[in-house]
Design a protein around this ligand. Structure first.
Ligand code: HEC
Length: 488
């Protein structure tokens, strides 16, 4: 067996970086050097136990303790355990040992862990949740659980995920350790559809500084019955104590404030033009906001990263218009991503009964709500018979019946088979599944498939730079990593 020094360092570096983030107590108790272990006391010939003591005990506890009463996240069948030892799992903080150990040594280790797990009388080896799509099998790895309403997610890098809970909590998970970011705005209106909503990480390459952007429903300063969608940002500091955002500045309040607790939007994305895009819902006031340029709700806004208004925005010279408006006539857009190849800004919005729609945003375009729609009132009565008008855009796709669309991203990257490249993934709140949409070269939706049926209200979808897909589900309170199974 060869133990290249570089790998030794890599594993201990992970262990040290875990330490400063005050790991959960089970890990904390076991974060001591494996040199304390008396190797001679081990049963002679128990290769798995020896390897474990030397390489794993520092994080997972002596004598396989972590695995005796474990809630397994990534599957507990032999093949799952071997895969994890081989490949590691960066976001959870598990190093990869595929370069270090031979297949036989990995088998010895997995046998040892299974023997330990078997000491719990109720242990039954089981795979992670598997999803059968028409042309692919996927694993749904559990990254975080016991959450309230996870609403937004974004990656700082492949081992560091930021996410919100609508109840008013901002989290960062780095190498398996979850840390709350303290000191977020204290005027969050947690009611109805309101609360802490989206999070976006933006690396300011020029300044070499990472920023955290948030959207939330903000209390009116003098009357907490009123709220409005707001955007704030703060510089992210990374120190030995962990992550912090010492100061938040408000970039936008999408006034006027209103009494309703619905249709806040609000997704954030950084365009390839270096501009920040923000979606704002019409606050349930369809006859007031979407068709005027004088108010902020029911619009998508475009700002410089510091919140100032770009002078090439479409309505900067229009008297009375809100200068940050990029597009209008929106209902409640809760999904947005920037296409990595074309730079297009894709959104979807939650329609009334029927009429959820996907749009590719065009400068100054009016998406028609409520003058034209494929939807009806929830009571079934007619909103308008018009589905088209001059000067108003047609959606790329609409859903009838409406799925309650929330969250959207595109599948791209080497980890995915060709039939999945450029597919969209969209969450369904109403029917509690993840929808896959196949789009042909001309931009038409040619196929739809339901995944994760019955999982819970799917809130958000995020992609890291590897193309890995993460799905946040409310109700289940879980974040899943969807991993295509391409072996064999
Ligand atoms: C630097 C610390 C560290 C070391 C060293 C380490 N692990 Fe892990 N390992 C983790 C963390 C953190 C997780 C994720 C645990 C979680 O999120 O509950 C993990 C997860 C796992 C899992 C998946 C468990 C599941 O719930 O599905 C297996 C299997 C595993 N480790 C085996 C090993 C083996 C075998 C070794 C030694 C060769 C080892 N680990 C060494 C930190 C470590």
């Amino acid at each position: 067996m060869h133990h290249p020094l570089s790998l030794l360092i890599a594993a201990s570096a992970v262990a040290t970086s875990l330490a400063f983030l005050s790991p959960p107590s089970s890990l904390q108790e076991t974060l001591h050097s494996s040199s304390e272990i008396d190797l001679s006391a081990l049963q002679n010939g128990d290769k798995g136990a020896e390897l474990y003591a030397q390489w794993c005990a520092s994080c997972h506890g002596l004598n396989g303790r972590d695995f005796i009463q474990r809630t397994w996240k990534l599957g507990s069948q032999q093949a799952d355990i071997e895969r994890i030892i081989r490949n590691g799992y960066a976001l959870l903080g598990m190093p990869a040992y595929g370069q270090l150990f031979s297949p036989d040594e990995i088998k010895d280790l997995s046998n040892y862990l299974l023997a330990k797990a078997g000491e719990s009388p109720n242990f039954r080896a089981s795979p992670p949740q598997l999803i059968q799509a028409s042309d692919l099998q996927l694993r749904a790895n559990v990254i975080a659980s016991n959450l309230g309403t996870p609403w937004g997610m974004d990656f700082l890098n492949d081992s560091t995920l930021f996410f919100t809970e609508r109840e008013g909590r901002l989290w960062v998970m780095k190498s398996g350790v979850k840390q709350a970011i303290a000191g977020i705005p204290d005027d969050i209106h947690v009611k109805g559809q309101g609360g802490l909503l989206d999070v976006m990480v933006w690396n300011d390459d020029a300044q070499r500084r990472p920023w955290i952007y948030l959207t939330y429903s903000k209390n009116h300063p003098d009357d907490i019955k009123l709220s409005a969608t707001a955007v704030v940002r703060g510089e992210l500091l990374v120190t030995d104590e962990g992550f912090s955002v010492p100061h938040w500045e408000t970039l936008m309040v999408a006034g006027p404030y209103a009494k309703t607790h619905r249709h806040y939007g609000s997704r954030l994305a950084m365009g390839q033009d270096g501009m920040l895009y923000v979606t704002c819902g019409e606050r349930g006031m369809r006859d007031v906001h979407p068709q005027t340029l004088t108010t902020a709700p029911g619009k998508v806004h475009r700002l410089h990263p510091d919140g100032s208004v770009p002078n090439d925005n479409p309505f900067v010279d229009e008297p009375g218009a809100i200068a940050s408006i990029w597009s209008w006539g929106h209902r409640n857009p809760q999904g947005m991503f920037v296409h990595p190849e074309t730079g297009e800004v894709w959104t979807h919005e939650h329609g009334p009964k029927g009429g959820d729609e996907i749009n590719i945003l065009q400068k100054s375009a009016n998406y028609g709500w409520p003058e034209i729609t494929f939807g009806r009132n929830y009571s079934g009565t007619i909103i308008t018979r018009d589905t088209a008008k001059t000067g108003m855009e047609q959606p790329l796709h609409y859903w009838l019946p409406s799925i309650g669309a929330c969250g959207m991203d595109i599948v791209l990257g080497r980890g995915w088979p060709r039939s999945w490249q450029n597919n969209l993934l969209v969450g369904s709140l109403s029917f509690e599944y993840l929808e896959r949409l196949v789009i042909d070269a001309s931009g038409r939706v040619t196929d739809r498939e339901q995944l994760l049926n019955g999982v819970g209200r799917v809130r958000d979808i995020a992609r890291n730079s590897n193309g890995d897909i993460y799905v946040a589900v409310e109700g289940a309170g879980t974040i899943f990593h969807l991993e295509p199974i391409l072996e064999n």
